[in-house]
Design a protein around this ligand. Structure first.
Ligand code: HEC
Length: 122
């Protein structure tokens, strides 16, 4: 009986290991910025909004902390999909649709898609 419990414990552990590994394994961080272009003003505004609202969870450089690495994710999500995540949030990510203006969301998205990924190969 004891032996069986032990066995079940390991089966459980293996299943848990498989599930942890079932997430997104692509290393988006090496993909760099998208081909979109944004004005310098928008990017500067976006960097400021990012510093105020996002850096605590995603790191100052976007490489992740409590929240995931955001670099290169412009290649994973279309502009609209990406914007929706910021506007509505997802699971433990709060939505910013109520606390940021449309213009601030556009700017922070520009920063995430292009700003934090720029100069990446340096
Ligand atoms: C309270 C912490 C927190 C804050 C603040 C926060 N996020 Fe997040 N964010 C998360 C977490 C946690 C996830 C993962 C959500 C999930 O598992 O679905 C996430 C996911 C994301 C994703 C999807 C990433 C992916 O790889 O799928 C994007 C894009 C994103 N956040 C952008 C932002 C932006 C832009 C801001 C600032 C306006 C911000 N986040 C602020 C915690 C946060």
């Amino acid at each position: 009986m004891k032996r069986r419990t032990f066995h079940q414990f390991f089966v459980g552990l293996t299943l848990l290991g498989l599930c942890v590994g079932c997430g997104d394994r692509t290393d988006w961080s090496t993909r760099g910025p998208t081909a979109e272009t944004f004005s310098v003003q928008v990017l500067l505004r976006g960097a400021a909004v990012y510093g105020d609202s996002c850096a605590t969870c995603h790191g100052v450089d976007g490489s992740g902390a409590f929240g995931p690495d955001l670099r290169g994710k412009g290649h994973k999500y279309t502009y609209e999909e990406h914007r929706k995540i910021i506007e509505r949030g997802r699971r433990s990510m709060p939505g910013f649709g109520a606390s940021l203006t449309e213009e601030e969301i556009d700017a922070v998205l520009a920063h995430v898609r292009v700003g934090i990924s720029e100069g990446f190969d340096e």
